[in-house]
Design a protein around this ligand. Structure first.
Ligand code: ZN
Length: 64
C-alpha cells in the first residue's frame, strides 16, 4: 500500500502534510494508476474526502 494512505490512516500525517507531500508523489508515481490515485487525494478538499480515498486504498491493498 502507499505510504501516504498508510500514514494518514494511522493518524501519523495531517491533511496539510499529505497535501505537501503529494506533488512529489505524483512526480515519482510508478504507474498511471498510482498517479491518478495521488491526484484524487490532491483534489480532496477536506478531512472526510481524504479519509474516504485513503481508506479505499488501504482496504484494497489489504485484500491482495
Ligand atoms: Zn494510497
Amino acid at each position: 500500500m502507499c505510504l501516504i494512505c498508510f500514514e494518514f490512516n494511522k493518524k501519523r500525517m495531517t491533511i496539510e502534510e499529505v497535501k505537501r507531500a503529494l506533488p512529489e508523489m505524483i512526480t515519482f508515481a510508478k504507474s498511471e494508476d498510482e498517479k491518478a490515485h495521488f491526484k484524487k487525494l490532491q483534489s480532496a478538499t477536506n478531512q472526510e474526502e481524504l479519509e474516504e480515498e485513503t481508506k479505499k486504498h488501504t482496504d484494497s491493498n489489504l485484500k491482495k
